[in-house]
Design a binder for this molecule. Structure first.
Ligand code: SAM
Ligand code: SF4
Length: 475
């Protein structure tokens, strides 16, 4: 059956995968971007309404430069209005690169004989975490290949080890995971170690392409991966991250796949995924593939803005795969989290020399080599509040992005003060003088903006306490 806007009906969930190839193709084909309609869709999003797949496809089909600018300024306005000026910072930490799959795009694929395989030993993991803490990090994502070595127990032990490392005032307060799909029991074991988000990217929602790029191993099974985060939810992990690897197939298709995946979560669990990631394929060791669907910077920027408008209350992650200039540009269109001081070599954070990538030890090329402090300094210069906040997660306020979005005043009452407090900790413990001066001057101007807020006095008192050596204060 060919779906059109007129005959569209939600497929019977019991019998059909929630990703329906015909549905997505026909929505792309039948969504004509008429100017006034595009403007209505942008206005709908600014009115804090979720966009439908048709709305999203109409935006994706816009080619007119002026209308693309309107989409981007809509996304910028939505971000500013809803989320304020905070950018949350984290670092990826690779634990092991053994892998039994053959994903054509990945340097860790089993068939790659050039890659130097390694799993961090417990003391090596501790050293990595010490280095990250000494730079000021509080939030990590642990990354694993898909291999029997990385059992749920192994992943859970790694999480516990990370939380146990404390250097000076340093500690990791939130550990997220990017690892292979588990069964429900496996997810439970990992959940019990106290994780934040469990991320699994579908890579591409297009089944045929998926099958062509995942040559062998467990990952070949599209449905096992597509349903992985449902099993995570059933295990009690209520904080999951979805993503697509852009460049494998038509970006419009995969944006709609992501939206359909969000819709599925909302329909079944009444809550969407916590985050969406949109990595773009970067060169990797032994990567011999045809990049026919490579996404240009222009389309990439457009698709990020459209995702922001389509799912206004989902966190959006932009990584150091992208270069610094593009990250700075795209951040304004709705990104809520970025990584900083990124090093994806196994054991790379604890090596002292300035990092030069060796693709025989790493998964892919990264293009933003700035240190955490360089990124923080530049964020401050642009008026952002760099944040290491983990308050909601630790207060059991799950679905924080939803609250930021939906609870009136939540950002001013909770998020901005918490961002300011974690920034002050960073300035006291890790920042060079120039960043410290800049940081406190930004804090001063943000305090002025919070004039009249109920929490302001309490925030000032907490800031004084931080200057006097107390840590981990939040609302
Ligand atoms: N092995 C697990 C898996 O495949 O789900 C862990 C994730 S893998 C180490 C992290 C993510 O990196 C993948 O899901 C994929 O989207 C992304 N990735 C792999 N190769 C890449 C490349 N060449 N360029 C950019 N991202 C890549
Ligand atoms: Fe292994 Fe993940 Fe790389 Fe695929 S993407 S080869 S599963 S590490």
């Amino acid at each position: 059956m060919i779906y059109t806007p007129e005959n569209y009906a939600i497929p019977d969930e019991a019998n059909v995968s929630f990703i329906d190839n015909e549905e997505i193709l026909s929505i792309i084909k039948n969504s004509i971007p008429e100017k006034n309609h595009v403007r209505d869709i942008i206005a709908k999003s600014l009115d804090k309404k979720r966009l439908s797949m048709f709305d999203t496809a109409i935006l994706l089909n816009v080619e007119d430069e002026d209308l693309i600018e309107e989409i981007k300024s809509g996304a910028r306005e939505l971000k500013r209005k809803v989320y304020g000026d905070r950018i949350v910072l984290f670092a990826p930490l690779y634990i092991g690169n053994y892998c039994s799959n053959n994903c054509t795009y990945c340097g860790f694929k089993k068939s790659n004989k050039e890659i130097i395989r390694k799993t961090l030993l417990n003391n090596e993991l501790k050293k990595e975490v010490q280095s990250l803490e000494n730079n000021g990090h509080k939030r990590l994502i642990l990354v694993f290949g898909e291999h029997q070595t990385y059992s749920p127990e192994f992943i859970a032990d790694s999480v516990r080890t990370v939380y146990s490392v404390k250097v000076g005032n340093g500690e990791i307060r939130r550990v997220n995971i990017n690892a292979a799909p588990q069964d429900i029991e496996g997810f439970k074991i990992i959940k019990d170690a106290g994780i934040g988000t469990f991320q699994i990217f579908q890579e591409t929602y297009h089944r045929e392409t998926y099958s062509n790029v995942h040559i062998s191993g467990m990952k070949k099974n599209y449905d096992w991966r597509l349903t992985a985060l449902d099993r995570a939810m059933e295990s009690g992990i209520d904080d999951v991250g979805i993503g697509a690897l852009f460049g494998l197939f038509d970006y419009k298709y995969d944006v709609l796949g992501l939206i359909r995946h969000v819709n599925h979560f909302e329909a079944v669990y009444n809550v969407g995924p916590h985050t969406i990631s949109f990595p773009r394929i970067q060169y990797a060791s032994e990567m011999n593939m045809n990049l026919k669907y490579e996404v240009s910077d222009k389309d990439f920027t457009k698709l990020v803005a459209i995702l922001r408008l389509a799912v206004p209350y989902t966190g959006m992650i932009l990584t150091a795969r992208e270069n610094a200039n593009l990250r700075d540009e795209i951040m304004q269109f709705g990104v809520s989290q970025i990584d900083g001081g990124t090093n994806i070599e196994l054991g790379g954070y604890s090596e002292d020399n300035k990092h030069l990538q060796n693709l025989n030890k790493e998964q892919f090329t990264i293009n933003d080599n700035r240190s955490l402090n360089e990124i923080i300094h530049e964020l401050l210069l642009s008026g952002y509040i760099p944040s290491f906040c983990t308050a909601c997660y630790r207060m059991g306020r799950t679905g924080e992005h939803f609250m930021e979005f939906a609870v009136p005043g939540f950002v001013k009452k909770m998020c901005s003060p918490n961002a300011i407090l974690t920034l002050a900790e960073y300035l006291e413990d890790y920042a060079p003088d120039s960043t410290k001066v800049l940081g406190y001057s930004l804090i001063q101007s943000k305090l002025t903006e919070l004039e009249g807020e109920q929490n302001l006095n309490s925030l000032r008192i907490k800031l004084e306490k931080i200057k006097n050596g107390q840590r981990d204060l939040y609302f």
